[in-house]
Design a protein around this ligand. Structure first.
Ligand code: GDP
Length: 173
């Protein structure tokens, strides 16, 4: 069990993925989002474990214009997260992701999975090439292709995340 954050530029499909993972399972929304650094977005339950999705507000503020203060704030907002899902639009130019990868992920110690979304828009023959474009950019734990829209790859991704989480119960922030 543990804490997971989905981060990435606007429109890469973060909320589509979260809704796909949680389905009907959304149980908690924080009643005081403005007074807590990390808001609980929802909880995924398995018989053997629990995955708590938390929002990282510092990341959202850092995405438009990166300066030292905002990067520090972004970093502190992902502290305590066990696994980070860094979502990208697989059909977009990998160069577009470079600023966030370098500025925000550089100081992160938790495992980061590069989730390449929207693979339904990519010709089959281009998938491997597009995935390998990210391999040298950052030491991602995995590079994982999915389509949040069709659900393709989402279940294997959830299993992978559970494997990376610490065992035992979850303590809410
Ligand atoms: P967010 O801003 O990162 O939360 O992105 P959204 O979840 O709001 O998605 C942005 C747009 O991309 C919406 O129009 C979604 O329907 C679309 N989208 C999300 N996932 C996929 C996908 O896997 N394939 C395609 N073709 N579109 C997607």
């Amino acid at each position: 069990s543990g804490f997971v954050s989905i981060i990435g530029r606007p429109n890469v499909g973060k909320s589509t993925l979260l809704n796909r993972i949680l389905g009907e399972k959304i149980v908690i929304t924080s009643d005081k989002p403005q007074t807590t650094r990390n808001r609980i977005q929802g909880i995924h339950n398995l018989p053997g474990g629990q995955m708590v999705f938390i929002d990282t507000p510092g990341i959202h503020r850092a995405k438009s214009r990166l300066n030292r203060f905002m990067v520090d704030e972004a970093l502190s907002s992902v502290q305590g997260v066990d696994v980070i899902l860094f979502l990208v639009d697989g059909a977009a130019d990998p160069e577009k992701e470079a600023p966030m990868i370098h500025e925000v992920l550089a100081g992160v110690e938790s495992p980061v999975i590069l989730v390449m979304n929207k693979i339904d828009l990519i010709p089959k023959g281009e998938l491997l090439e597009r995935m390998s474009a990210y391999s040298g950019v950052f030491p991602f734990r995995e590079i994982f292709p999915i389509s949040a829209a069709t659900g393709d790859g989402v279940e294997p991704l959830v299993r992978l995340v559970y494997d990376l989480l610490p065992e035992g119960p979850c303590y809410f922030p």
